[in-house]
Design a protein around this ligand. Sequence first.
Ligand code: XMP
Length: 379
Amino acid sequence: MNHNIKKGQQKLKNSFMNMKALTYDDILLVPQYSDIESRSHIDLRTKLSRNYGLLTPYVASCMDTVCDSRMAIKMMELGGVGCIHRFMTIEEQCNEVTKVKKFMDDNRMMEKWKIDDDWHTNILEIPIMAAIGVSKHDIERALYLVECGANVLLIDVAHGHHKNVRLMLEKLFNILPRYIDIIAGNISTLESAVDLCEWGADGLRVGIGGGSLCTTRVQTGHGIPNITSIINCVRAEERNIGIGTIPVMADGGIRSSGDIAKALAVGAECVMLGSLLAGTKESPGNIVERLDGSLYKRYRGSASLETKSTHNQSTKHIEGESTTIPFKGSVSYIVEKLNDGLKSALSYSGCRTIKEFNKNAEWVEITNSGMLESKPHLL
Ligand code: XMP
């Protein structure tokens, strides 16, 4: 009985606390005094997970139209990481990881990622990241992926605050070497973040239903807008483990360097990108030419009818869309623009590092008029 009363009270508290939830367009960052003379003095290094760092805070999403070995290699060259998707056989996914691992062993890559003493990210080695699910075959998948060189695994499920994720984390904890980090998600609440940290996750993937092709919120009525999701999960990090120990990766709904800046400003260490990196030369899939000569590529949600039927999965519980998007050329161009925008963002807040930005950035909630004013409005 006590438990029920407690649960009821807690529920009431949560519904009041979460009466209003914010996303990227609901806030703006506050310009602050800056003594940064050049944007080239800004350092974009950050943490991916408990033991792995990044030179730039971008993670290519584990979607079958975003990241296989080609994207992962390019992201590594650009200082980020690509998470090899899991919609293939274990053997195929291992081949993809092996290609990335071979490239990583190149001396130039090691030189680029060289760690200096004042780097707060405490990196062990260059991250090689791959996604797994929570079925019994995924234990086998995880073991083979690690054997081929993966050192960061992502438990890639839509609802990460789930018994199956807890069981998976427990099993992996017992069989994988300690230097393998496991990122788990997706989550949105303080309670889920605390639980995942306690269950042994080395990183949190945060955001439910906010992706550009997601229909989860429409289908199920569940989800929390992304800025509030990040704030919720960062609070768990502060409360339980100590700031920065279990990094938060903001996932879904990021459309620009401004959105990335906002995610990091409210406490995320890195961001996972789908639509921003889809449609590039390095994303999986063919380029389609239309009659007028314009070029396109497919981008599809992992829980879309198209993805599920391509991979012979059950076509029940569809929670995503699919579409074509204009071909964008190389991902290098996209990342370069993101770096430029993000460095400017840190400069506006007077911060030299992402860690400083996590701590010192300030933001305000804006009205709809403020949002309209924030975009070009003469044209
Ligand atoms: P963006 O906005 O970057 O979002 O394109 C990418 C993220 O969206 C999530 N994702 C899905 N969510 N149904 C969903 O509800 C889907 O079919 C789906 N596919 C991807 C995922 O978190 C990804 O990183």
